[in-house]
Ligand binder design. Structure first.
Ligand SMILES: Cc1cc2nc3c(=O)[nH]c(=O)nc-3n(C[C@H](O)[C@H](O)[C@H](O)COP(=O)(O)O)c2cc1C
Length: 284
């Protein structure tokens, strides 16, 4: 999975080549194999064709995007924790698609949740995000549409330095590489490569003793706070997925535990600023 994490980037233009039967089957297997962050939450992953998902208007295949043969749709009834859960689960399929050589792009803003919801027979409030899945268009248009989108994304599409969001022992104290086992540092580097809404990268990690805390910046930025859909939490779920997959590949069997319901006390104990919301902790 580390190879897929490093290879993944958002793809917005697709070739007209359909997915083969084998590719559909591999994607369905990836959906079935998804592991939850919190198995008690109801979050659905649907893999649909372009026609099934509702066509151009539904998926926003208008300017920067063109149609892809398949779409991953993440939907969940309103419940606390659904955003990070969707990010954590959805990213596993995104990476499986990447490993198959397919392109993907998380889409939270530039699509019609209402139109997709209608196709699923669910309320629009349930539809959290989609991702096209298909063979990337190798041509100039593909590169141009990505370059145009990344140019307006935070940091021109580049990632923040690790020391600006990974802290050791105390909030705000940059994590020194020698203070954690090399595989933990590597897993944090993999979290850094996570995709996020407009490349906001609203995640922080605090290594305290044998715990790694995943923390989200809840300040609304670039329209990422839709009613009932705080997308910063979905982004943090994706970064947690990368961290967990990298640790697993390094032989660690541990997992993330949600801090839902205890955010206030954890925030106080860790000395986090007001807007920084603890989301999960991982036992090393
Ligand atoms: C939750 C989420 C929502 C996103 N929504 C959109 C979107 O509506 N339109 C779009 O073009 N890209 C969208 N993106 C893609 C980001 O712009 C992209 O991940 C980021 O700029 C980093 O680039 P990379 O994925 O190539 O590493 C979204 C990403 C995430 C994680």
């Amino acid at each position: 999975m580390i190879a897929a994490i490093c290879a993944r980037h958002s793809v917005r233009r697709y070739s007209p080549e359909p997915l083969s039967e084998g590719e559909w089957a591999a994607l369905r297997r990836a959906v079935a194999a998804v592991e939850p962050l919190d198995g008690s939450l109801e979050v659905h992953l649907a893999l649909l064709s372009f026609d099934e998902v509702g066509g151009r208007l539904a998926v926003g295949a208008l300017l920067t995007f063109n149609p892809a043969p398949a779409y991953l749709v993440l939907h969940a009834p309103e419940q606390e924790g659904r955003m990070e859960e969707a990010g954590f689960r959805g990213e596993q399929v995104i990476l499986a698609a990447t490993a198959l050589g397919l392109g993907t792009c998380w889409v939270g803003g530039t699509f019609s949740a209402g139109a997709v919801a209608k196709r699923l027979g669910r309320p629009a409030a349930d539809v959290l995000a989609i991702s096209p899945v298909g063979h990337p268009d190798p041509g100039r248009l593909g590169r141009l549409s990505n370059a145009a989108t990344e140019a307006v994304a935070r940091s021109g599409g580049k990632r923040k330095p690790l020391a600006s969001f990974c802290f050791g022992q105390h909030w705000g104290i940059a994590l020194q590489p020698g203070l954690v086992p090399p595989e933990v540092y590597r897993a944090l580097e993999m979290a850094r490569l996570a995709p996020s809404w407009s490349n906001l990268q609203p995640w922080y990690f605090l290594v305290e003793g044998d715990a790694v805390w995943a923390i989200g910046d809840s300040r609304p930025q670039r329209f990422n706070d839709r009613p009932g859909k705080p997308y910063y939490r979905l982004d943090v779920g994706i970064a947690m997925s990368h961290f967990w997959l990298a640790m697993r590949e390094a032989g660690h069997g541990s997992r993330w535990y949600s801090v839902r319901g205890h955010e206030g006390e954890v925030q106080e104990r860790l000395g986090l600023p007001q807007a920084m919301v603890p989301i999960g902790h991982y036992r090393l």
